[in-house]
Design a protein around this ligand. Structure first.
Ligand code: PGA
Length: 256
């Protein structure tokens, strides 16, 4: 099965609205000819609406970096799926390792956010990945299995087919240390085989699995040409038009 590559830029806590508008205006021009790869940008919440205004009728979709599981009510500081939908958001990153590390995210809260996103028609990008100690102790697959089973708990196969999984080894995020294409492929294959076991072969073959962790123009083509790598979640290199554009163009070549 041919899965379309999907490249998302995770801006994290970067760019004012004004910087975001300038940046996506440029990206839109640079990337207007690309159709072989799905492209997403995930600005901070404050810039979502302004970025959406620029991206209307473009080939670049909008994603948020988190979502709360309740729709509305007395939940100071949170943003819900209906509110994201309301301003044109289509994707949402869930369970990024920084949220797990600094904001108490667990597989249970990932699962609740995931259900809320799906209920309201947002496409979740669910992040999983082992840290350095876990990798060194040979526990990578065990960690991935726990995160996938816990995060996806209770979902039906047809719901799982709508999600995107991002394999992001924590030791590769923001460190400049990328997993080798072989290490990444091995983890992606493990996740896909696990999905086949949890659901069925068709579902496993449908789900797109992105790689994330120090993806750069120099390593993107090799990563994207692996059979089970279906795109990238890019942090640092998504903040500059030049590097993000190059990653997308390299991926298009790899996909041919
Ligand atoms: P990085 O971040 O590309 O800066 O390593 C990736 C991510 O955290 O999604």
């Amino acid at each position: 099965m041919m899965r379309k590559l999907i490249i998302a830029g995770n801006w994290k806590l970067n760019k004012t609205s004004r910087e975001a508008i300038e940046f996506v205006t440029l990206l839109k021009r640079e990337l207007c000819d690309i159709s072989g790869v799905d492209i997403i940008v995930c600005p901070p919440a404050t810039a979502l609406s302004d970025v959406q205004d620029v991206l209307t009728d473009s080939n670049i979709a909008l994603g948020a970096q988190n979502v709360y599981w309740e729709d509305e009510g007395a939940f100071t500081g949170e943003v819900s799926a209906p509110l994201l939908k309301d301003i044109g958001v289509q994707y949402v990153i869930i369970g990024h390792s920084e949220r797990r590390q600094y904001f108490g995210e667990t597989d249970e809260t990932v699962n609740k956010r995931l259900a809320a996103a799906l209920k309201h028609g947002l496409t979740p990008i669910v992040c999983v990945g082992e840290n350095l100690t876990e990798r060194e102790k040979g526990r990578t697959f065990e960690v991935l299995e726990k995160q996938c089973r816990g995060g996806l708990d209770g979902l039906e196969a047809d719901e799982v087919e709508k999600i995107i999984i991002a394999y992001e080894p924590v030791w590769a995020i923001g460190t400049g240390k990328t997993a080798t294409a072989q290490q990444a492929q091995e983890a992606h294959k493990f996740i896909r085989d696990l999905l086949a076991e949890m659901y069925n072969d068709d579902t496993a073959q449908t789900v797109r699995i992105q790689y994330g962790g120090s993806v750069k123009p120099e390593n993107s083509a090799q990563l994207m040409s692996q059979p089970d790598i279906d795109g990238a979640l890019v942090g640092g290199a998504s903040l500059k038009a030049e590097t993000f554009t190059e990653i997308i163009k390299n991926s298009c070549t790899a996909a041919q």
